[in-house]
Design a protein around this ligand. Structure first.
Ligand SMILES: *Cc1c(COP(=O)(O)O)cnc(C)c1O
Length: 364
């Protein structure tokens, strides 16, 4: 079976973990600090703060911005649920804006219409590894004095020009879950150039204390372990190679699948570096589930990200019973992600391509 995702770990991570186990320092310590320093350097921000997950990274980022009940946050309904639940945890209200069906990211032409006096921030997601239109988002945020929090959980290393995502907004949030472009098992990171925000996140991450057992504010335990950070340090060294494999795999698929009428291949805006967390095609004319079944029967695992847009999820639909967002609802019915990760070999890609071609030939 060619899997849809696979963490890539070897003796480097094994050795790093054993070193931590023998050091007797298991909770947040030097490895976490070093990982934060190296990650900030990679993204190009002054600060990076490690957390227990991508979800807690988003949650702490919003709390550091002072987001609370009565506030509204503009975001995309086409994402993993955590980009919205992190808003709900603060008591604020997510305001969903439809997507651009070409990029799958928030349609920046629709944002201004949804801004009102309660709006405090924009939370774009760099979905599947493609940066959202940050130039436009930053421009709108400046005009209306809004914060920007980038959900970069799927986009470690993605760029617009030479600037990496996580370095455009006030804050960026990353995830190191095993399916992502790099992993620590569970884990997350907040990036920022703002010292005050960085300090606030550190405070909230660890029981609201700067000095041990002096608790200044209500805080959490959202810390990363030394074991996770040790894995992260090794993964970060490999990330450029991982991303290059994903990009090369995607390029090959794009060339080979370009002339199949029934599908739409991923679009990359000029000057954008897409790091292909997922390679997601649109299958027109209702054949998506059939194609997924056919590939599955022939040893190719696929996935649907995401079958239900966030505003249609059971507990969120209750808040917005009448909200209809045309593009995201269509795309959710047509999207199919096929294997693109760094372990996918040339012969795997050739097999996938020939199966997709065969599927549509048989139908016509
Ligand atoms: C994975 C993911 C998250 C959450 O990260 P976890 O580490 O699983 O908590 C948030 N947003 C997006 C877009 C993600 O893909």
């Amino acid at each position: 079976m060619i899997k849809i995702s696979m963490p890539l770990l070897d003796e480097k991570e094994e050795r790093a973990v054993i070193e931590v186990l023998r050091s007797e320092q298991l909770a947040q310590g030097e490895k976490v600090s070093l990982f934060e320093q190296k990650f900030a350097q990679f993204i190009g921000t002054k600060y990076a703060i490690a957390t227990s997950s991508g979800t807690t990274a988003l949650h702490l980022a919003l709390l550091a911005l002072g987001i609370r009940k009565g506030d509204e946050i503009i975001t995309t309904p086409f994402s993993f649920i955590a980009s919205t639940t992190s808003i709900l945890f603060t008591g604020a209200k997510p305001v969903f804006v439809d997507i651009d069906p070409n990029t799958f990211n928030i349609d920046t032409n629709l944002i201004e219409k949804r801004i009102n006096p309660k709006t405090r921030a924009i939370l774009p997601v760099h979905l599947f590894g493609l940066p959202a239109n940050m130039e436009k988002i930053i421009k709108i945020a400046k005009k209306y004095h809004l914060f920007v929090l980038e959900d970069a959980a799927q986009a470690h290393g993605a760029k617009i020009g030479n600037q990496r995502v996580g370095n455009f907004g006030d804050l960026g949030a990353f995830s190191f879950y095993p399916t992502k472009n790099m992993t620590t098992g569970e884990g997350g990171m907040v990036t920022t150039n703002n010292e005050k925000l960085a300090d606030k996140i550190k405070l909230l991450r660890s029981h609201g204390m700067k000095m041990k057992y002096h608790n200044d504010v209500l805080g959490f335990n959202f810390r990363m372990t030394e074991i996770e950070a040790a894995i992260g340090l090794e993964q970060l060294k490999k990330l450029p190679t991982f991303n290059n494999s994903r990009i090369n795999n995607a390029e090959f698929l794009n060339v080979q699948l370009a002339d199949i009428y029934e599908i739409v291949i991923p679009f990359i805006p000029k000057g954008y570096t897409h790091v292909f967390h997922q390679y997601t095609i649109l299958v027109k004319e209702g054949n998506r589930d059939e194609l997924a079944g056919y590939l599955g029967q022939n040893g190719v695992e696929t996935a649907i990200y995401y079958p239900i847009p966030i505003h249609r999820q059971k507990f969120i639909q209750k808040i917005y019973p009448k909200l209809h967002l045309e593009n995201v609802e269509r795309v959710a019915n047509q999207a199919l992600s096929i294997p693109v990760h760094a372990s996918v070999k040339k012969e795997d890609l050739e097999k996938i391509i020939s199966l997709i071609k065969k599927f549509f030939q048989r139908r016509s």
